[in-house]
Design a protein around this ligand. Structure first.
Ligand code: F6P
Length: 329
């Protein structure tokens, strides 16, 4: 974590990368905490794209009304591959300074934090990160904003699938999001009583899954649900179903939940997490902290240097995967 010295008069806030339910609650917390401390807030639209294109909007207390319950992000978001170029980052910082910003709050994931880290490293422009992604794949925080909502949305879908799977004695493979991590798949698998999960962190072959299904059948099971994390290949559940059909002759139905998991009203847990972290981000900046992320560790808000966050992999606990297998007999 780095420290900067300046009296904060105005800060910027942006959401970046994939949207996540609870981002609006985080924006609200940033704005209301800042204004309470007489700090003005500028909203930057569409993440780094808005910073490059000077898409700014003033945010006041009342503009934050009625957003805590809304999914998506009122500031919009985006992925900006051009931010990989040093000259684009220099332009972005020039725009931020011309707007009078003393610092910024970045609500996003690992990629967004990498951009923020470079703004400090190259231009000493202070940014503090707030972890917002449904994937929960950010080191240094127990949970990320949007994860709990995504898990609950996927779980509701799985409960519905279970009804039809049981009625037809069918095997289903449900694919959930998570990019290259299996946090959503693991939580949904345990909470949904799935027979097996396919996650990047703890790879299972179709043969192993077939064995578990057959073992279940020998104990009288008539239907099964397997959860597949999308991994690097969204749609991989179709490949798995095909392999299972070829190897065992089981006709596996596939359901890909996709972006449904990213929308909708955030859960109470996500709204509370977002409110705590959004507010903590402003407090961290007021204390001159930057080049770091605010997160939650063992129930407490912590500030973690970007150096300990970016590129550090958070792992699904093996113990949870074992629990799922123990309980799905
Ligand atoms: O990072 C959030 C996430 O929803 C991942 O789970 C998923 O792999 C990716 O974003 C999808 O990105 P996009 O919406 O750009 O297709």
């Amino acid at each position: 974590m780095r420290h900067f010295k300046t009296e904060l008069k105005k800060i910027g806030v942006y959401t970046s990368g994939g949207d996540a339910p609870g981002m609006n609650a985080a924006i609200r917390a940033v704005v209301r905490t800042a204004i309470t401390h007489n700090i003005e807030v500028t909203g930057i639209l569409q993440g780094y794209c808005g910073l490059i294109e000077k898409e700014f909007m003033p945010l006041d207390l009342r503009s934050m009304a009625n957003i805590i319950q809304r999914g998506g992000t009122m500031l919009k978001t985006g992925r900006a591959p051009e931010f990989h170029k040093a000259e684009v980052r220099a332009k972005a910082v020039a725009n931020a300074r011309a707007e009078g910003l003393d610092a910024m709050v970045c609500i996003g994931g690992d990629g967004s934090f990498t951009g923020a880290h470079l703004l400090w490293k190259e231009h000493q422009f202070p940014v503090i990160g707030v972890p917002g992604t449904i994937d929960n794949d950010i080191a240094g925080t127990d949970s990320t904003i949007g994860f709990d909502t995504a898990v609950n949305i996927a779980l509701e879908a799985i409960d519905r699938i279970r009804d039809t799977a049981a009625s037809h004695d069918r095997l289903f493979i449900v694919e959930v999001m998570g990019r290259d991590s299996g946090f959503i798949a693991t939580d949904v698998g345990i909470a949904g009583g799935a027979e097996e999960i396919f996650i990047p962190e703890n790879p299972v072959t179709p043969d192993q899954a077939i064995e578990r299904i057959k073992a279940g059948m020998s104990r009288g099971k008539k239907s099964s649900i397997l959860i597949a994390a999308e991994g690097h290949k969204p749609g991989r559940a179709y490949d798995l179903a095909e392999q299972i059909r070829k190897k065992a002759g089981f006709d596996a139905k596939v359901c890909i939940l996709g972006h449904v998991q990213r929308g909708g009203s955030p859960t109470a847990a996500d709204r509370i997490l977002a409110s705590r972290l959004g507010s903590a981000a402003v407090e961290a900046l007021r204390q001159g902290q930057c080049d770091a992320m605010v997160g939650v560790y063992q129930g407490n808000v912590v500030t973690v240097p970007f150096d300990n966050v970016i590129g550090h992999k958070k792992h699904v606990k093996d113990e949870l995967v074992q629990l799922l297998r123990t309980l799905s007999v």
